[in-house]
Design a protein around this ligand. Structure first.
Ligand code: CU
Length: 152
C-alpha cells in the first residue's frame, strides 16, 4: 500500500518516462529511403579484394550482384543469406535476391585463390543502424526530463 501511495504521489510525467523509453527502444523503425527498389551492383573481384567492398540495400530491395573477376577464379558467398556464386575471369556471374533480412552480412570468397584468400571479404549492409537513432532518442528524452525537473 505504501508503494501505491508513493506511486500516486509522483507526477504523471515521470510515470510516462519509462513508457516513452520502451517505445523508443522497440518501435518499428521507418525504412528511410521509402519504397523498395531494384539495386544493381557490379562487384570486381581480384586478388584479394572486392570492389566495392561494401554493398548497401534497404530491407525489401531486390538486389542483383554481378561478379566480375579480373584475374583468377573467385567466388562470392553471403553468410546469413546462404547465397553464393563463382566467376571465371572474363565470364561474369550474377545473382538476384530479395534483401529480406536486416543486418550486416559477411561476403567472402569461396574459391581458394591464393595466400591471402581467407582475407578476401566484404560486407552486405541491409537497413540502417537503428541503434544509433534509438540511442539519440533516449538521450533526448533524458535531456527533456532533466529540463523538466530543473523547472520544478
Ligand atoms: Cu578470391
Amino acid at each position: 500500500m505504501r508503494f501505491l501511495a508513493w506511486f500516486r504521489s509522483i507526477h504523471p510525467i515521470w510515470k510516462m518516462l519509462p513508457v516513452l523509453a520502451v517505445i523508443i527502444l522497440v518501435a518499428p523503425f521507418p525504412i528511410l529511403g521509402g519504397q523498395p527498389v531494384d539495386r544493381h551492383y557490379r562487384v570486381e573481384a581480384s586478388r584479394f579484394a572486392y570492389l566495392p567492398g561494401v554493398l548497401q540495400a534497404n530491407p525489401g530491395d531486390r538486389v542483383t550482384i554481378e561478379l566480375v573477376s579480373t584475374d583468377v577464379v573467385h567466388g562470392l558467398e553471403i553468410d546469413g543469406y546462404g547465397l553464393g556464386m563463382t566467376a571465371d575471369p572474363g565470364q561474369p556471374a550474377s545473382m538476384t535476391f530479395l534483401a529480406d533480412r536486416s543486418g550486416t552480412f559477411r561476403m567472402r570468397c569461396s574459391v581458394t585463390c591464393g595466400a591471402m584468400h581467407p582475407f578476401m571479404i566484404g560486407k552486405l549492409q541491409v537497413g540502417q543502424n537503428t541503434w544509433l537513432w534509438r540511442g539519440a532518442g533516449l538521450a533526448l528524452l533524458a535531456v527533456v526530463a532533466g529540463l523538466w525537473k530543473a523547472r520544478q
